[in-house]
Design a protein around this ligand. Structure first.
Ligand SMILES: NC(=O)c1ccc[n+]([C@@H]2O[C@H](COP(=O)([O-])OP(=O)(O)OC[C@H]3O[C@@H](n4cnc5c(N)ncnc54)[C@H](OP(=O)(O)O)[C@@H]3O)[C@@H](O)[C@H]2O)c1
Length: 195
């Protein structure tokens, strides 16, 4: 049984992952988000909710205590968020981090250059890769709402494949990474629907 802290728990991937965690694992979830009223229909004795901002380092450290896995599903000031998360994990001795990023951060998508729009994703990934954490960075393709689990992954250094992936697929991979010891540790994975 894993204790999993979900940062940005109202994000579109996180909401699907929460359902998968509850239906398919025995994980205990701590949902960390800025506005807890946004979370609807979550009624489980395996869920604890903390209202907080990832930019609030003290609150973040408190939320880390006793966790086995941190799953960060964030957008916005990702560089500062990554710094805070690494600092809070180091301070509390939590090692395992799953971080949602984006395809394109290494200019690995054939024929595409995403430019400065991805800088927050690049800088945050670099902070995580420079840490001692047991991280897995996910670089998904464009999200779809298809009700399907159908994906493949590519490693850092390999060209990205495909162009889309369902939110449910990314959520499925997050859950597998969270509950499977050693899976894809210190890796950065492209995630796409096979074409
Ligand atoms: N859309 C695509 O096709 C695509 C493709 C690849 C990658 N991505 C990236 O993948 C990531 C996850 O996607 P998603 O759709 O699940 O994201 P999302 O729905 O935009 O969720 C991001 C969450 O981050 C939370 N957040 C932002 N700042 C915060 C802070 N300071 N403290 C706490 N929480 C904060 C937001 O909370 P609030 O609800 O409080 O605002 C929001 O719930 C995003 O970075 C997205 O850009 C997207």
């Amino acid at each position: 049984m894993k204790n999993v802290l979900i940062l940005g728990a109202n994000g579109s991937i996180a909401r699907i992952a929460i359902n998968l965690f509850l239906n398919e694992t025995d994980a205990q979830l701590t949902l960390y988000l800025r506005n807890s009223h946004r979370l609807k229909n979550i009624n489980s004795n395996r869920v604890r909710i903390i209202e907080g901002d990832v930019l609030d380092i003290e609150k973040l450290k408190e939320a880390m205590i006793g966790q086995d896995v941190v799953y960060a599903n964030l957008a916005g000031n990702l560089e500062q968020m990554a710094k805070n998360i690494v600092e809070a994990m180091n301070a509390t001795g939590v090692k395992r981090l799953i971080w949602i990023s984006s395809m394109g951060i290494y200019d690995e998508v054939p024929g595409e250059k995403y430019g400065s729009i991805l800088d927050p994703y690049r800088k945050s990934a670099a902070i995580i890769e420079a840490s001692d954490l047991d991280y897995t960075i996910l670089r998904p393709a464009w999200f779809t709402n298809q009700d399907e689990i159908d994906y493949e992954t590519t490693q850092k250094g390999e060209p990205f494949k495909g162009s889309v992936v369902s939110r449910k697929s990314v959520a499925d991979l997050v859950v597998k990474l969270a509950v499977t010891p050693g899976m894809e540790v210190r890796r950065s994975l492209g995630v796409n629907k096979p074409e």
